[in-house]
Write a protein that binds this ligand. Structure first.
Ligand code: ZN
Length: 302
């Protein structure tokens, strides 16, 4: 798989304010907190990795962006915190402000504003032909679909306190990408929601490996995505694998990077065997390849 080399962008801290007003300015004067980010691009569907460095030990850090709150986590060096932020697949291009809120051990609070300019991205369209029951489901499955949508939505919306993942993310199968993230779907001639995952070429039965550590929070047959496994990597980060032929993990299992969680198949709404991998980050739909890119090799600090 091609993973572009990406470098850190220079810090651009626009405004430094204090919350609540009237608190002593020390220790956030000058450049006592530095923020920088890296990403393949600032475009819909991309993951942004932030690094927050402070001269004073911080008790907590959170990052507010795109109307969501993304948790930050301390590295071994407690002067350095990291946070992953997702730009949703359907975010509008434009100028945004990320707010970094930090508290010191002595309960002093600071908010830094960091400008992010999201550039437009043109996603190609793909046309698929599948069994018509997956485009216009028969009335007897509508209740099942509604229930599954609600349950899966609740799972992916939860933000676990713990951070289970560590270090880099790896591809769950060795095969190349055959259908990119974000493509606009025309299925049996009808527009459907965009492709919120990345499809990999793989034969039926190929082991699907956990891209990072986590806990299995769903392992069952769903109407559209067939046999499905969801891994909670912690702090709002999830992997979702669809169309499996079999399961190798159960709800509640704790997995490490590389553990087999199922086998590739062609269940649910598919044109043939492949692996579909989606990533959610605090509810944002992001490209799994952007996660691999920002947390690529030698990113042990995360
Ligand atoms: Zn897919």
């Amino acid at each position: 798989m091609m993973v572009r080399q990406i470098g850190f962008h220079a810090a651009l801290v626009l405004v430094l304010t204090f919350l609540p007003p009237g608190r002593p300015a020390f220790p956030f004067q000058g450049e006592s907190i530095q923020v920088r980010h890296k990403a393949r691009a600032l475009q819909p569907g991309e993951v942004i990795a932030f690094t927050i460095r402070s001269r004073e030990r911080l008790a907590s850090v959170e990052l507010l962006a795109f109307d969501k709150t993304f948790p930050a986590f301390a590295t071994k060096d407690t002067l350095v915190w990291n946070a992953l932020v997702g730009i949703d697949l359907e975010s509008r291009p434009g100028s945004y402000v990320a707010r970094i809120r930090a508290a010191t051990k002595s309960a002093e609070l600071a908010e830094l504003q960091y400008k992010l300019v999201v550039r437009p991205k043109a996603f190609p369209t793909r046309r698929l032909t599948v069994d018509e029951k997956y485009v216009t489901p028969p009335p007897e499955v509508l209740d099942r679909i509604a229930l599954e949508t609600k349950r899966v939505g609740a799972i992916l919306a939860a933000v676990s306190d713990g951070k289970y993942w560590n270090g880099r993310f790896v591809s769950p199968v060795p095969g190349p990408v055959i259908s990119e993230f974000g493509k606009r779907n025309i299925i049996n001639g009808k527009p459907r929601s965009p492709h919120a995952g990345t499809d990999f070429r793989a034969q039926s039965g190929t082991p699907v490996r956990a891209p990072n550590a986590g806990r299995i929070v769903l392992a069952e047959d769903l109407y559209f995505s067939g046999n499905t496994v969801i891994i909670d990597h912690g702090q709002g980060l999830y992997s979702y694998f669809a169309h499996l032929s079999g399961f190798a993990a159960r709800v509640g299992d704790v997995v490490e990077r590389g553990d087999v969680v199922g086998q590739v198949g062609a269940t649910g709404r598919v044109t043939g065997p492949h692996l579909h991998w989606s990533v959610r980050l605090v509810g944002t739909r992001v490209d799994p390849l952007s996660l691999i890119a920002v947390l690529g090799p030698n990113k042990a600090a995360y």
